[in-house]
Design a protein around this ligand. Structure first.
Ligand SMILES: NC(=O)c1ccc[n+]([C@@H]2O[C@H](COP(=O)([O-])OP(=O)(O)OC[C@H]3O[C@@H](n4cnc5c(N)ncnc54)[C@H](O)[C@@H]3O)[C@@H](O)[C@H]2O)c1
Length: 302
């Protein structure tokens, strides 16, 4: 049994920490929102009262925070690295900029700690059901040490390479997903204008070369895939602002590396606009409605 410090007990971190408790670990936790900390305590997490007290008593410190700013801020300015015992393993599961992830690794190592970036895919449903996929970056020994903990919170963990490789895999995957959701949505709206039923297009594309997860699991029109968010008025699922965030990270990495990701950059723009407008609380598949509106087509056609 290891003592795990868990910092950031929000939509994802709360259920992830609860699953570590269920797996028999001693979990200490902290969040700046008292209600979230109280909910974690109800789930069996102990609350030493601060992030630094949490890190000081832990063998492994897991962070699940909004962005790189909070991760780097906690590690350095808020004294997390300084408070931990030498050699403590820091596992950051947040989705952050690759450059920030590498800076976090460097800061941890400079402070005598060890580090792994391990962002996730699978959303809140996966966090609750312990079916997340982890994409890890860092040393092989650090990955091996973290693996049993990741197994308690998810169904799969892939060691993607050195520091930052987990974040790189995450943003590359989500760039594919964002672009493919727009492609599937545009195809349905074009089909509508050509008098093609949603079911007919689905039946063809789902078994032909247009097949992809955005179509067959998260289908943006109601009907063909009963469990997709389109059947519940686009309640998330994977919220559009999170897709906008991930595409923004991919766009920044592409620009920094001089990589010509024309569709990735355009997808980032479209999702930024959608998330700032009608998509603020919707699943990312709701972008089909923005595409339909822009086409001045409107209406339900099945
Ligand atoms: N929600 C999803 O579906 C999903 C899916 C995959 C990845 N992610 C990624 O996971 C991360 C967390 O997402 P979330 O949906 O749980 O966000 P969230 O905002 O619900 O949780 C983040 C938590 O961090 C806490 N926090 C912020 N600064 C802190 C500090 N200095 N000290 C202690 N606590 C602090 C916040 O109070 C909040 O409770 C993000 O990076 C997100 O991109 C989310």
């Amino acid at each position: 049994m290891r003592t795990i410090g868990f910092i950031g007990l929000g939509h994802m971190g709360g259920p992830m920490a609860a699953n570590l408790v269920k797996a028999g670990h001693r979990v200490l936790g902290h969040d700046i929102v008292p209600e979230l900390l109280a909910a974690a305590v109800d789930a069996g997490v102990a609350a030493p009262g601060s992030a630094t007290a949490t890190a000081a008593a832990a063998d492994v410190v897991i962070t699940m925070l909004p962005a790189g700013r909070q991760v780097l801020g906690l590690y350095a300015d808020e004294g997390l690295l300084a408070a931990a015992r030498p050699g403590t393993l820091f596992v950051d599961c947040s989705t952050i900029d690759v450059a920030d992830a590498r800076a976090a690794h460097a800061a941890a190592v400079a402070a005598g700690m060890r580090a792994l970036d391990a962002p996730v895919s699978g959303g809140v449903v996966g966090a609750e059901a312990a079916t997340l996929t982890f994409m890890a970056g860092g040393g092989a020994a650090e990955f091996a040490e973290a693996e049993p903990l990741l197994a308690a919170m998810g169904k799969k963990a892939v060691h993607c390479g050195g520091e930052g490789a987990g974040q790189a895999a995450k943003i590359c995957n989500n760039m594919i997903l964002g672009i493919s959701m727009i492609a599937v949505s545009e195809a349905f709206v074009l089909g509508e204008s050509l008098g093609l039923s949603h079911q007919a297009l689905f039946d063809v594309a789902s078994t032909a070369s247009g097949q992809c997860w955005a179509l067959t699991s998260n289908c943006p029109v109601p009907g063909p895939v009963p469990g997709s968010p389109a059947n519940r008025d686009y309640r998330p699922g994977f919220a559009a602002p999170l897709m906008a965030k991930d595409l923004g990270l991919a766009a920044r990495a592409a620009r920094a590396g001089g990589v010509h990701t024309e569709l990735g950059l355009r997808a980032a723009e479209l999702y930024a606009d959608f998330a700032a407008d009608s998509g603020a609380t919707e699943d990312f598949s709701g972008i089909i409605r923005a595409i339909r509106d822009a086409s001045q087509k409107g209406g339900d056609q099945a």
